[in-house]
Write a protein that binds this ligand. Structure first.
Ligand code: NDP
Length: 401
């Protein structure tokens, strides 16, 4: 018997709840709570129609620790899966500590007024979780998440002495809209407009946002331009694998997307500092989110595939080796299965897998963990079983750029 409380009824929450509902023997009771009950009702209805399974729903403002604490006390879950926004991470962790319940999320805590993408706030909960015998699993999405597990798997089985790591995130999908983001627009645009940073010989090297462009031919997608970015898993991976000399993260963007973004940035629409509008303070980026397409609605019109994976070079059993471990995910197949596009799918499935491995005891241990600190093998097996099969190929040489 295990009861999971999912907080956040958005694109990722919908996929995670669908996938949990498909695994009735592991997730015997599911409660979905969100800021608006209507968001929960829509997912409750979809799960009942598609899978014939009843889930429970509740309203909560997860910024409010007391409210979340009261909800946890009332519903008595074994685990809280936080699929709301990064702003709520610490408040939900506090509520878990107050009630003695395990915690999982898919994105690092973010202060509202500054784009940081850093783990230190959450790592600081290590002693408090460990002392209470509770586990917090951080970043169980695709990137971060699967890319951390891929790194651990490569180190364990394919390249034991890793020297370089490149994480390549390609969305080869087309949603037919002039401009839309594939997950929460506010978080997505904060991430892309922040300066790029990569790890090189024990230090961070910073460069302007979107300044390094590189063409790459992605399996099952074809050639796309990818850009050097900072991404939060670089912080935990460079900490847990100090032997890695260079770690970088790349993401693909089309020309039209970047042109729209540049214009929006130039006119101040991506700013996160509040401005006064008709006597009321508004945050331009939050207003922009309100007028952009809802990522949860993009599934209907999106075709094509994603390709996300890791290229690692180093030594294995006395020889130089470079491997590329990746997953392809088809937007239309995801929509047919759970009514969402692949970006929500590739995040919601790993959230379900992390939750399952905590609840069945495979990964459960007291403290705060990033995914690469745990045995990758059971997670990798579940990826294949639950819709995200992976493969690896040998590359002739390390990346030349
Ligand atoms: P959405 O914006 O679609 O969904 C977020 C949901 O959180 C909304 O339904 C919203 O509620 C709810 N929410 C917001 N604030 C609160 C609050 N104060 N209390 C309760 N609920 C709240 O985002 P996504 O589903 O795209 O993303 C969810 C999370 O996943 C984000 O943290 C994102 O950064 C992360 N992510 C991680 C990825 C990875 O690979 N690791 C990739 C993509 C996303 P309501 O509808 O009720 O108003």
């Amino acid at each position: 018997m295990s009861h999971v409380l999912v907080i956040g009824a958005g694109g990722v929450g919908s996929v995670a709840v669908h996938k949990m509902a498909m695994l009735g023997e592991r997730f015997t009771k599911i409660t979905l709570a969100s800021r608006r009950l209507s968001s929960c009702e829509a997912i409750q209805k979809a799960v009942a129609e598609r899978l014939g399974r009843e889930i429970h729903i509740a309203q909560v403002d997860a910024d409010n620790v007391m409210e979340t604490t009261a909800l946890i006390e009332k519903t008595q879950p074994d685990l809280v899966v936080n699929l709301a926004l990064p702003y709520q991470d610490l408040a939900i962790m506090d509520a878990c500590l107050a009630t003695g319940v395990h915690y999982l999320d898919t994105a690092n805590y973010e202060p509202r007024d500054e784009a940081k993408f850093e783990y230190h706030w959450q790592w600081a909960y290590q002693d408090r979780f460990a002392e209470k015998g509770l586990m917090a699993l951080l970043g169980s999405g695709f990137d971060p998440g699967v890319t951390n597990v891929f790194t651990a798997y490569i180190q364990k089985h394919l390249v034991s002495d890793m020297k370089t790591l490149d994480i390549l995130d390609c969305n080869g999908g087309d949603h037919g809209q002039a401009f839309a983001t594939n997950f929460n627009p506010e978080i997505n645009i904060r991430e892309i407009t922040a300066p790029a940073r990569h790890w090189a010989k024990g230090a961070w090297v910073e460069s302007p946002a979107l300044a390094h462009k590189q063409a790459y031919a992605f399996p099952e997608v074809g050639e796309r331009n990818m850009y050097l970015m900072y991404h939060e898993e670089l912080e935990s991976l460079s900490k847990h694998y100090p032997e890695i000399e260079r770690a970088r993260f790349w993401m693909t963007f089309g020309e039209a997307y970047l042109t729209h973004l540049e214009v929006l940035q130039n006119v101040g629409m991506t700013a996160i500092e509040p401005v006064l509008f008709e006597g009321k303070e508004i945050v331009p980026l939050q207003f922009l989110k309100a007028v952009l397409p809802d990522p949860g609605d993009l599934g209907k019109t999106t075709s094509g595939k994603t390709c996300i994976g890791n290229i690692v070079s180093g030594q294995h059993e006395g020889a130089e080796r470079t491997v590329y471990l990746y997953n392809n995910c088809d937007h239309e197949a995801c929509f047919a299965e759970v009514g969402s596009q692949a970006v929500s799918y590739t995040t919601g499935v790993p959230a379900m897998i992390g939750a399952a491995l905590m609840l069945d005891g495979t990964w459960m241990q007291p403290g705060v963990f990033n995914l690469e600190q745990l045995d990758p093998d059971p997670f990798m097996a579940m990826l294949t079983q639950h819709g995200l099969p992976w493969q690896h190929v040998e590359l002739d040489a390390p990346l030349s750029f």
